[in-house]
Design a protein around this ligand. Structure first.
Ligand SMILES: [Zn+2]
Length: 83
């Protein structure tokens, strides 16, 4: 295992631990530089995607005539058996 300072495509820098053959590590580092996102940016993007999907689902439900959901996300998930 070796630690590398990676400059991600989002412009941020993080330290990562990489395992495996040297060539494989180099490929991963190149991918991080060209396409990868640092942890905070990756989490922010995932949240944006969830929010967008949730908004689209709400619009679709509204278009189909369903009443808007009420209560907190936690209480709705508990009702649905998700949480
Ligand atoms: Zn970032």
């Amino acid at each position: 295992m070796a630690k590398y300072q990676v400059s991600y495509s989002c412009g941020h820098i993080e330290t990562v631990n990489l395992l495996g053959p040297h060539k494989q590590r180099e490929r991963k580092l190149e991918w991080y530089r060209s396409h990868g996102l640092c942890s905070p940016c990756w989490h922010a993007r995932r949240q944006e995607e969830r929010d967008r999907a949730s908004g689209e689902a709400a619009m679709e439900a509204f278009a189909l005539g369903f009443a808007p959901l009420e209560g907190s996300a936690k209480s709705r998930n508990t009702t649905l058996g998700i949480a």
